[in-house]
Design a protein. Structure first.
Length: 368
C-alpha cells in the first residue's frame, strides 16, 4: 500500500456537528425539538443532546429521522460518521502539533528527494507522512519499536536519537522494498546451495543493471529479498539482514563503489542469514558495535567463500608478488572476478592499496 497517497488528507480547522444540521432542518420544517421528539418517539432529552453534540445519531435514530424529516437514513448516518472522523482527526492534528520537534531528528528533505516520503505543505502534514512511512500510529510507537530493536542489535544503549532516526529510516525503506518483492518461503538449505551460483555472478558484474536482477531472482527463490537502498547522508552502513515474516531481507547500501567491497558484503550478510540466530537484526557499518564473534565469523565466511584459502595459498606459494596477468589467470581458474582477488591481496597487505585497482569494477549506482 502506498502511504503517500493519503498523507495529505484534509483535516478541518473547525467542526460542523450533526446537531447543527438537524437544527437547520427543524427550522426549515417549522418543527421544535419537542415536536420532533413526539413524532420520533425519542425523548426530548435525547433530541437536545443530539443538537448539542452530546449524543450520537444511531442507525435507529437515523431511520426515524428519515421518516419524519424526509432525508434518507444514510444522510444522517454519514453526517455522524463524518463528524466523528473529523473530530478524531482534529484531535490527532493537535497532538501532532505537539510532536513537531520529532521532524528535526530526521533527514526529511533528503527522504523527500529520494521519494521515500511525500513533500508536504505543512509541518503537521509532513509529520503525518513520516508516521505513515514507518507504518506507526504515533511518535511514541516509533520510539518503542525502533529504540528497542536497534539497542538489541547494537548491544548498547548510547546511540543518539538522530542515529536511531537515520538508521531506522534506511531500514524501513528496505522493509518497504522487500514487502514488494515476491519471494518463496525462506529455505536455509536452498539459500546455502545457491551461494555458488551467486558467486559466479562476480565474473559478469560490470553492470548492476545486468547482475542485480539475477542476484535478486536467485535469492528470492530461496526466500531472501535482496534490496539496494541508497545510504542517507552520514549513515555509514554497508549492509543489514533481518527476518521479515516468511523471508529474509538482505539490505545493501550503495557505499560499495567497487566489486570487491560489494561481494564481500553480500557474502558477509549471507553468513548471518545461514549461521546466526533467526529474527535478529545484524548491521554492518562504521561505528556499529555488533557481537564481535559473529562479525568475525561472517568476515571469515565471506573471505574464504569468495577465495578458497587452500587455492590462495598455492597461488601465493608460486607468486607471492603476482603480476596483473598472473592475478587474471588465477581469478579465471577459480571462477571469480580479478578485482576481488586484488582487494583480498590489498587487505592482506601483499599488494599496496595503490596497485592493481584497474582490475576492480567501479559501479555507477542509480540512486533513488
Amino acid at each position: 500500500m502506498n502511504n503517500m497517497q493519503t498523507a495529505n488528507k484534509y483535516v478541518p480547522d473547525y467542526l460542523v456537528t450533526p446537531g447543527e444540521i438537524l437544527e437547520e432542518h427543524l427550522e426549515h420544517a417549522g418543527l421544535t425539538q419537542a415536536s420532533l421528539a413526539e413524532r420520533t418517539g425519542l425523548s426530548k432529552k435525547t433530541i437536545n443532546e443530539i443538537v448539542k453534540a452530546k449524543s450520537a445519531i444511531t442507525a435507529e435514530t437515523a431511520l426515524k429521522l428519515e421518516r419524519t424529516l424526509g432525508r434518507p437514513a444514510h444522510f444522517w448516518s454519514n453526517l455522524e460518521r463524518q463528524y466523528q472522523d473529523n473530530k478524531t482527526r482534529l484531535a490527532d492534528k493537535i497532538k501532532l502539533e505537539k510532536d513537531l520537534h520529532w521532524l528535526e531528528i530526521f533527514p526529511v528533505n533528503e527522504m523527500t528527494k529520494l521519494d521515500w516520503i511525500e513533500k508536504c505543505k505543512t509541518k503537521t502534514q509532513q509529520l503525518d507522512a513520516l508516521l505513515r512511512f514507518f507504518a506507526v500510529a504515533s511518535v511514541e510507537r516509533w520510539e518503542t519499536m525502533w529504540t528497542r530493536e536497534l539497542q538489541a542489535a547494537f548491544r548498547k544503549t548510547e546511540s543518539s536519537q538522530k542515529d536511531t532516526a537515520l538508521i531506522s529510516a534506511w531500514l524501513r525503506r528496505g522493509e518497504i522494498l522487500a514487502q514488494e518483492q515476491q519471494c518463496a518461503r525462506f529455505d536455509k538449505q536452498k539459500f546455502r546451495n545457491s551461494l555458488t551460483e551467486i558467486r559466479s555472478l562476480t565474473i559478469e558484474d560490470k553492470d548492476p543493471a545486468i547482475f542485480v536482477p539475477k542476484l535478486e531472482s536467485i535469492c528470492a527463490a530461496a526466500g531472501v529479498a535482496v534490496v539496494f537502498v541508497p545510504a542517507l547522508r552520514g549513515l555509514g552502513i554497508y549492509g543489514a539482514t533481518r527476518r521479515l515474516g516468511d523471508k529474509y531481507i538482505m539490505q545493501l547500501s550503495l557505499y560499495s563503489k567497487s566489486n570487491d567491497q560489494l561481494w564481500f558484503t553480500i557474502f558477509h550478510e549471507a553468513c548471518h542469514i545461514i549461521n546466526h540466530s533467526q529474527g535478529e537484526l545484524y548491521i554492518e557499518g562504521k561505528g556499529i558495535e555488533n557481537e564481535k564473534a559473529k562479525e568475525n565469523e561472517a568476515d571469515v565466511f565471506a573471505r574464504d567463500f569468495l577465495i578458497p584459502p587452500e587455492q590462495l595459498s598455492l597461488f601465493l606459494a608460486s607468486f607471492y608478488k603476482p603480476t596483473i596477468l598472473q592475478i587474471k589467470r588465477f581469478a579465471a581458474s577459480i571462477g571469480i572476478a580479478p578485482g576481488i582477488v586484488v582487494g583480498r591481496l590489498q587487505h592482506d597487505k601483499i599488494l599496496p592499496m595503490s596497485w592493481g585497482n584497474d582490475l576492480k569494477v567501479r559501479y555507477k549506482w542509480v540512486e533513488g
